[in-house]
Design a protein around this ligand. Structure first.
Ligand code: ADP
Length: 215
């Protein structure tokens, strides 16, 4: 909603619509003791700035703050579990070469690395692999575990967290991807990887919301 300085008459119109909506322009004018033509510009301004909503043949509704908080509520209600993609993983002892091949084959930017227990051990991103590739090592002999970012320094998200909170983590920690995890077994860092949440996920949700279609 655009913040505009409202005139006393516009404020009275909002109060009337809040109380009596849906209500026609005619009826509002009548309650104010004015003509429909006089209040027409006010109604246009209030509709365009998002305070009121006009439905043909029904009349005006109050759409201001209520609508906005509904929208925010809806945004925070979207859960990671409804949108995340499957995880793409490699094992810690697999080679950097194998990781690069997987990155291309799976068309992703980040791989999650699993330890011997098959739990989250680390993350390798495009740049980690590029860095290793411009070094002089033999990529088939270097295990991915040697170049990955390691637990407990991995930023993760759970299926129950909101898309909004997950997107906030992507921005805050400046990473492209978060492993979606659930606790498994003993210990704070014993995490099973069940999905991937990436900047692409956020973009997909954003576009679908704009279309008002199911994501
Ligand atoms: P890029 O390689 O395109 O820069 P990122 O920005 O995601 O990709 O990665 C930057 C660095 O952060 C890399 O070293 C990577 O290992 C690390 N990283 C990526 N994702 C995470 C994460 N979820 N938690 C912690 N570190 C991460």
């Amino acid at each position: 909603m655009i913040d505009i300085e409202l005139t006393p008459r516009q404020k009275r119109i909002i109060a009337i619509v809040k109380e009596k909506g849906p209500i026609t322009g005619e009826q509002i004018a009548e309650l104010l003791g004015l003509t429909r033509a006089t209040i027409r510009p006010d109604l246009s301004i209030l509709t365009m700035s998002g305070y009121l909503e006009a439905r043909p043949r029904v009349g005006y509704f109050y759409a201001g703050h209520d609508n906005r908080s509904l929208w925010l509520e809806r945004l925070r209600d979207l859960k990671v579990k409804a949108y995340h993609a499957p995880p793409i993983v490699v094992l810690e002892e697999q080679s950097v070469y194998e990781a690069i091949v997987k990155l291309f084959l799976e068309d992703v930017g980040t791989l999650y690395v699993l330890g011997k227990d098959r739990l989250l051990a680390g993350v390798v991103s495009r740049k980690d692999l590029l860095r290793a590739a411009i070094g002089r090592q033999n990529l088939e002999e270097v295990p991915v575990g040697m170049i990955m970012t390691r637990m407990p320094n991995i930023v993760t998200v759970t299926p129950e967290e909101s898309v909004y909170d997950a997107a906030t983590k992507l921005i805050e920690y400046q990473v492209d991807s978060l492993p979606v995890v659930v606790p498994k077994g003993e210990g704070r860092y014993a995490l099973e990887v069940v999905g991937r949440f990436t900047k692409t996920t956020v973009t997909r949700v954003f576009v679908a919301l704009g279309r008002e279609a199911p994501v």
